[in-house]
Every structure is written in structure tokens, then in C-alpha cells.
Design a protein around this ligand. Structure first.
Ligand SMILES: Cc1cc2nc3c(=O)[nH]c(=O)nc-3n(C[C@H](O)[C@H](O)[C@H](O)COP(=O)(O)OP(=O)(O)OC[C@H]3O[C@@H](n4cnc5c(N)ncnc54)[C@H](O)[C@@H]3O)c2cc1C
Length: 383
């Protein structure tokens, strides 16, 4: 048995796990990450990150590096299947990037801070009373606290919180990368479906996510390879010119979007849940990864403020994060109803509201202007 009794053990090297590792080390708290795969990787092509996550990445000295590899946006175009709805200037900072670039930037920073990461370590068992972790490769470690950053299919959540398995949300999404000269974020809204395109870099690579409300069953892996023709068939209502050019050799994937019901609490004895392990959400506000960053940053600086009393840090974390992430889970779900309207009168009303910025400004302000650092540092939170 190897001892890391002074270290926070982080399960999962995704967005939440790496952000937590960086925050803890930057604040002088030792940490170690255990990842089941043989390297850090990320499914899906692109990711958009809004101001609420970017301000935290900046505090972790990651933003400048990421911005060099990403696209910044000041404009969003909304379009119907046939005609333009409006063009809006975004009042808050948004960047779009390849997911792998975000993961690479987080990993580089974690390693520069002296972080340790053990690959091929898939969690088997955790003993809450003595903080011993056992992995499928038979290695055992002892840590000071366990941070569960193991994503939507979190086995820690299943074993220690509730065993309600991920449920199909009723939405599927085609995701891929093509080529076009698109320079901004482009939404196309239609009945029971919508498409989001955005550039990934300055070289013309463009990510598309095409979402459809669809009942049915998807394979356990919740990701299936599909053909270009079946993709176009799913979106026959739309002009194919909306999509970036997709090369024949490019693999296309259709994903079932899965969710889990909100938890009463994101903390247990010596265990804290973060990111998708705690609150997976439908991706219609582009906030799942941003919430993972907010959770991780918040828990990291609360550990520092609590001066080694993890239970105190957990209690404040739960009181702050549970409320905010539940709200955003709910708003994300509601956003699909706004995007996917069918009734022509409601569609016309929605388009007017979009045009005069009622929906985006009102809704997005509370989400995008939140600064988890200021919230914790400026509000005198009770420990
Ligand atoms: C179609 C779609 C589009 C999206 N677009 C956006 C967007 O634009 N902006 C945004 O902010 N969010 C977006 N999201 C959401 C975002 O991708 C997730 O919320 C985010 O990846 C969650 O990060 P995480 O670190 O919690 O989990 P994950 O990224 O899933 O990482 C979990 C890690 O844990 C590891 N792991 C799992 N089990 C174990 C184990 N037993 N032992 C050891 N390691 C383990 C995994 O290998 C993985 O590395 C989107 C999601 C979807 C489906």
C-alpha cells in the first residue's frame, strides 16, 4: 500500500479533475489524480466556454495559453431553417476551442505545478472510514479526502450516493468537425431540433452539434457511428449548406444525451462529487464543462480557506454549488423548449424576443457574470 495520506485523491482526469488538481496545487494543497485511461483524452470535438469559467481559468494562469489555441467571439447569429432571425453582439466573453486543447492546457498547468497523475488506475473500491482506495490493477493508496470527478457514469455516485443510472434525456446529437469560413457562433433553430456551429481555430475547422428531440433507444455506449446520409436524413428540413463541409473520410457520431436526476447533496463522508459526477445536464446552454470548472475551483479554494478541515470545506461547497448547478440544470432543459418550438405564433414571439435581446441578456447575465472566486472571497461565508 502506497501512502498519500496528505494528498487529496482525485478520481478522473477530465475537466473537473484537472481543474481541481490545478486549484489545489496552486493553493499549496497536495493532490494526486487517478485516471482509468492510458492518457488524458476527451470525446466530442468542440467546446464553448463562457466568462464564468474563463475568469477562473485566468486565475489559474491557463487562459492566455488556451486563448492562443481558440477563437474568441463577440457575435452570435440566430437563424431559422429558412431565414435569418437576428445577429447579436455578445456582452460577455465566449471562446470556442477543441476539447483536447482545453484538456492539454489544464494538464500542462497541472504538471508545471508539480502535479502527479497515475494512468490505468480505474477505481474499484473506496473505504470511507480509513480513506483507502483500491484500483482494478490491485494498487492501493491512502488519501486525506476523495474528490469524485469521474463523469456522468460515476461509480462513486452509484456506490455512495444513489444508484439511479443515467437516463436518456429524449435528445440525440450528431457531433463532428467540418471546414468552413464561419467566424462566429451560429445557431439554427427548427421544430424539435437545432444546430450549433462554431469555429475551433483560425484554420477553418468548424464544430457542429445537431440536436434532435427523439424518442428511442441508444446503445449502452451512448455513442454510435453513423453515415453522412443518415445524418442529412435526420435534418432533412434544413438546407445542407448550413453545415460545414464534411469530408467523406470523416467519421460521424450520433450520441444519445443522458442525464441523472439532481442530488440532495453533493457531499458524503470524506467524499465530494464534482462536475458531471454530481450534476450531468443537457448541453443546451453550453454549461456542463463550465460548471465542472466552477465546482472544482470553488472546492479547491474552500479547502484552502478551511485550513485542512475538509468537512467544513464540503459543507460550504454543498451549500453554494448545489443551488447554482440545480438552477442551471433546469435552465438548460428549458432552453431546448425555447429552441425547439413548433407553434408558429410562439416561434414568432421567440424570434422577436431574441431580436431585441430579451432572452439572451436576461437569461445569460446571471450565468455568465458569476465569478466563483469573488463569490467565496467577498461574501463572508460561514464555516
Ligand atoms: C453534445 C454535448 C456538447 C457539450 N458542449 C458543451 C459546451 O459547449 N460547453 C460546456 O461547458 N460543456 C459542454 N458539454 C458538457 C461537458 O462536456 C461536460 O459537462 C464535461 O465534460 C464534464 O467534465 P467532467 O470532468 O465532470 O467529466 P468527464 O469529462 O466525463 O471526465 C471524467 C473522467 O473520469 C475518468 N473516469 C471515469 N470513471 C473512472 C474510474 N472509475 N476510475 C478512474 N477514472 C475514471 C474518465 O476516463 C474521464 O477522464 C457538452 C456535452 C455534450 C454531451
Amino acid at each position: 500500500m502506497k501512502s498519500h495520506e496528505e494528498k487529496v485523491g482525485i478520481i478522473g482526469a477530465g475537466i473537473a479533475g484537472l481543474t481541481l488538481g490545478c486549484t489545489l496545487l496552486q493553493n499549496g494543497i497536495p493532490a494526486i489524480i487517478f485516471e482509468q485511461s492510458s492518457k488524458v483524452s476527451s470525446y466530442g470535438a468542440g467546446i464553448s466556454l463562457s466568462q464564468n469559467a474563463l475568469c477562473l481559468l485566468d486565475r489559474l494562469n491557463i487562459l492566455a495559453n488556451l486563448e492562443e489555441r481558440s477563437c474568441s467571439h463577440s457575435k452570435v447569429i440566430f437563424q431559422g431553417p429558412k431565414k435569418n432571425i437576428c445577429e447579436l453582439n455578445t456582452p460577455f466573453k465566449i471562446i470556442t476551442s477543441r476539447r483536447q486543447e482545453l484538456i492539454n492546457c489544464l494538464l500542462e498547468r497541472y504538471i508545471n505545478l508539480g502535479g502527479e497523475i497515475l494512468y490505468n488506475h480505474s477505481l474499484k473500491k473506496f473505504n470511507q472510514s480509513n480513506n483507502k482506495i483500491k484500483f482494478h490493477n490491485n494498487n492501493e493508496y491512502s488519501v486525506i479526502h476523495l474528490a469524485a470527478c469521474d463523469g456522468i457514469r460515476s461509480s462513486i455516485r452509484d456506490n455512495f450516493f444513489t444508484n439511479q443510472q443515467p437516463k436518456y434525456s429524449g435528445y440525440s446529437a450528431w457531433r463532428g468537425v467540418g471546414r468552413s469560413d464561419l467566424q462566429c457562433i451560429h445557431f439554427v433553430l427548427g421544430p424539435k431540433s437545432h444546430i450549433v456551429n462554431y469555429p475551433l481555430n483560425k484554420e477553418g475547422d468548424v464544430s457542429f452539434v445537431a440536436v434532435k428531440k427523439e424518442e428511442g433507444k441508444f446503445s449502452e455506449s451512448w455513442r454510435e457511428e453513423g453515415t453522412y446520409n443518415s445524418f442529412l436524413n435526420d435534418f432533412a428540413l434544413y438546407d445542407p449548406a448550413i453545415f460545414p463541409t464534411i469530408e467523406n473520410s470523416q467519421k460521424l457520431y450520433k450520441w444519445g444525451i443522458y442525464v441523472r436526476p439532481p442530488l440532495k447533496s453533493m457531499i458524503g463522508e470524506n467524499i465530494t462529487l464534482l462536475g458531471d459526477a454530481a450534476h450531468p445536464m443537457v448541453p443546451f446552454l453550453g454549461q456542463g464543462g463550465c460548471m465542472a470548472i466552477e465546482d472544482a475551483y470553488s472546492f479547491g479554494i474552500l479547502c484552502k480557506k478551511a485550513e485542512g478541515d475538509f468537512q467544513k470545506a464540503q459543507n460550504v461547497y454543498d451549500s453554494i454549488r448545489n443551488k447554482r448547478t440545480k438552477l442551471i440544470q433546469r435552465l438548460s432543459r428549458r432552453q431546448a423548449n425555447i429552441y425547439h418550438m413548433q407553434n408558429p405564433i410562439l416561434v414568432a414571439a421567440r424570434n422577436v424576443a431574441l431580436k431585441f435581446s430579451f432572452i439572451p441578456i436576461y437569461e445569460l447575465k446571471n450565468i455568465h457574470t458569476y465569478d466563483a472566486h469573488n463569490y467565496i472571497v467577498k461574501n463572508r461565508l460561514k464555516f
